[in-house]
Every structure is written in structure tokens, then in C-alpha cells.
Design a protein around this ligand. Structure first.
Ligand code: HEM
Length: 141
């Protein structure tokens, strides 16, 4: 049971991040095409999936030993760069998302837009690098 859980939690976790990223892109497309209600729905969905990701991620952290990256040399340096930037920006993006959302939900759209243009690329970077770390760590690539 433990082994099975350990096997399916990482891909499940990564799926949550990928779904969150897909809604993020969709939400961006919706606002660029002026579909505000759909933008709102997509961004709130992206936030829910990011929240679910965080819950599963933290659960994994407490339940299981972290996996150690096996690569050496240049590939290890690349891995560490991605991991460190991913982790630092993942910590920063949490409050950024909350403030971006709060501004939108209070109808402060000009302020929302200004901050959202910073939040969105950082959030996307965190999603893509999260996915990359998973692929590198599990030797899928
Ligand atoms: C954290 C979640 C969200 C993110 C990352 C986000 C992202 C963005 C981005 C990047 C823009 C600027 C698009 C451009 O370049 O023109 C924008 C604009 C906008 N967003 Fe969001 N958004 C989020 C949540 C919401 C929510 C919940 C609403 C609720 C209605 C909303 C309403 C709007 C509106 C009305 C604009 C247009 C503002 C203007 O052009 O004056 N957003 N959003």
C-alpha cells in the first residue's frame, strides 16, 4: 500500500501542476480576448489546482524520503539551478497570487492587471520548472 502510494503520488502531483498551468494559459487567452467571466473562472480553477498541488506536495514531504538526483557534472548543475530558482519563486508566487486575486475580486482591475503581468510569468515559470524537475528526477526525459 505504501509502495503504491509512493509510486502514484509524484505523477498525480505533477498532473495537478500541469492542469493548473493549462488553466493559467487558458485564463490568459480569455482575458486577451476580453472574456472576463471565463478569465475569472479559469484563474480561480488554476488557483484551486495549485492549492491542491501544494497540499499533496506537503503531504509527500512528510510521508516519504525525498528522491536524490542521480546525475553528475553539467546536468547536475542545470538541475540544481532549476530546482533552486523553482523553489525560491514558488515561495514568492504564493503571496503574489493571493494579492493579484484580491485586487481582481475587489474590482481594482487596473491594479490587478499591473500586478498580474508580474505574477503570471513567474507562476508559469514555477509550473514549467516543476514539471522539468519531475522529469529529470524520474529519468523520464
Ligand atoms: C491569480 C489569478 C489571476 C491572474 C494570474 C490573472 C491574470 C491577469 C492578467 C495577466 C491580466 C492582464 C492581461 C493583459 O495583458 O492585458 C489580467 C487582466 C484582468 N483580469 Fe485577471 N487574473 C487573475 C484573476 C482574475 C479574477 C478572479 C478576475 C475576476 C473578474 C480577473 C479579472 C480581470 C480583468 C477584468 C482584467 C482586465 C483588466 C484591464 O484590462 O483593465 N482576473 N488578469
Amino acid at each position: 500500500m505504501d509502495g503504491a502510494l509512493q509510486a502514484w503520488l509524484p505523477p498525480f502531483n505533477t498532473a495537478l501542476i500541469v492542469i493548473s498551468g493549462a488553466f493559467l494559459l487558458l485564463g490568459y487567452y480569455f482575458i486577451r480576448t476580453k472574456q472576463i467571466e471565463r478569465h475569472r473562472g479559469a484563474m480561480l480553477t488554476a488557483t484551486v489546482f495549485a492549492g491542491l498541488f501544494l497540499v499533496v506536495y506537503i503531504t509527500r514531504f512528510f510521508l516519504f524520503q525525498p528522491r536524490i538526483f542521480a546525475g553528475q557534472g553539467a546536468v547536475r548543475a542545470v538541475y540544481l539551478f532549476i530546482l533552486v530558482t523553482h523553489t525560491l519563486l514558488a515561495i514568492a508566487v504564493g503571496p503574489l497570487v493571493l494579492v493579484t486575486l484580491r485586487r481582481a475580486l475587489r474590482a481594482q482591475y487596473a491594479r490587478h492587471r499591473r500586478l498580474a503581468r508580474v505574477t503570471l510569468p513567474i507562476w508559469l515559470y514555477v509550473v514549467v520548472t516543476g514539471w522539468t524537475v519531475y522529469l529529470m528526477l524520474h529519468n523520464v526525459a
